[in-house]
Unconditional design. Structure first.
Length: 160
């Protein structure tokens, strides 16, 4: 698994960063699970475990406090590009995010950035449509109490 390379690509701010310090815990055609620490030190959280649901276009991250306890769940809508020759994954953050607090409160974030990216031509029309459809699917799963099924790949590594 170590020979695989992961990149996080952002539209706002525009950047592409190799996630070279992420530990890959699972990798198959449907799911990649990683454990990571913050790229830049932060006061509000320490690191987390992320699950890339490759076919759903969703990345779910369990954001952890320094003591390892849950701070919140953070869900990104992503587009995944894979290059087999170099075993490289590029995960493009399509801007819309969902935060789920431990008490179950759900907050949708960055729709203003999504509109800005569309206005400025920073996101392609098909990416915008993918983002909105994946966001809708994620919210439907959350509101129907099926989020636990999405985060199960993360929780299996916590039991080990």
């Amino acid at each position: 698994m170590g020979e695989c390379r992961l990149y996080r690509k952002r539209l706002i701010p525009e950047e592409c960063v190799e996630l070279k310090d992420d530990e890959i815990l699972r990798l198959d055609e449907n799911v990649i699970v990683t454990r990571w620490k913050c790229l830049k030190p932060r006061q509000d959280f320490f690191g987390g475990i992320s699950c890339y649901l490759l076919k759903k276009g969703i990345k779910i991250s369990k954001i952890l406090k320094e003591d390892g306890s849950l701070l919140f769940w953070y869900c990104d809508i992503i587009k995944t590009e894979y290059t087999p020759e170099t075993k490289t994954y590029i995960f493009t953050d399509l801007l819309a995010d969902v935060v789920i607090l431990p008490d179950g409160y759900v907050k949708v974030l960055d729709l203003d950035e999504l509109a800005e990216a569309d206005e400025k031509g920073m996101i392609q029309r098909d990416e915008l449509q993918i983002c909105l459809r994946q966001l809708n699917e994620l919210l439907e799963l959350i509101y129907s109490n099926e989020f636990a099924s999405l985060r199960s790949a993360i929780e299996e590594f916590e039991r080990k």
